[in-house]
Design a protein around this ligand. Sequence first.
Ligand code: PDD
Length: 283
Amino acid sequence: MIYLNGSFIRIEDARISVLDRGFIFGDGVYEVLPVYSHKPFRLTEHLRRLQDSLDGIRLKNPHSDVEWKGLLDQIIASNEGNDQYLYLHITRGVAPRDHSFPKDVIPTVFIMSTPLLGSPKELLTTGVSAITANDNRWLRCDIKAISLLPNVLLRQMATDSNAVDTLLLREGFLTEGSSSNIFVIKNEILLAPPKSHLMLPGITYDVVLELADAHDIPYEIREISEYDMRTAHELLLTSSTKEIMPITRLDGKLVGSGKPGKMFAQLHQLYQNYKATIMRETS
Ligand code: PDD
């Protein structure tokens, strides 16, 4: 079951106009949030980021937070799986083709759910491969825009190399992955690129830094040079759907020992504990 513009319907029955500005211009924003044991994870934070993205493209939020929560709860209840992930898409709606904003148009709102299976256990034991590329995206990567063509092309480069993601470098500094945030570990210090218009402010990124703070894990939020990245002892990838994953090969070379490291083990465990606590509190 999906939600589209006021109706809960089967995905096979969902229809949108070919003049939808999402289709014509990629004019819209989206959110992705995990659901554990039927409870949306970090909902407030995801809805705040959605608001920031909508503000970034000058589109009025079609729903209050309470309304969003009601819609999401219905989608969660009408889809299978205790754990799911939800996509929320909002476009500027249907209008005659013209780059400028149409007046008085109702935004298109689409929500769908997919079962959240989690990363295969063996990948957490062996780690995954990543490659690098120049970050050739626009300068508002903080907006979670549906116009993802650069990300799609960058991610396909990873897929073509049997890697999970492409780590992006802008003017010699690491920004993020094509669909993830990246942390670097050097000399037992967790390094995180600073939030800016050059990266998406990841919700999982925030959780990782909060956990580091709460458990006295030394961390620094600072620009990470290509040299720091290539000489890292560990590299971690984070996202709502992949949680925390160890990158053990970069551009075909081993990262550190080539095995998931101590920082990964600690943060992965803390993340699982944190999730369990949150779910207990909200049930
Ligand atoms: N992607 N950076 C980019 C470019 C992303 O697309 C994502 C997530 C992240 C991680 O953000 P978060 O921790 O809030 O998921 C960082 C999602 C999963 C997607 O677009 O499908």
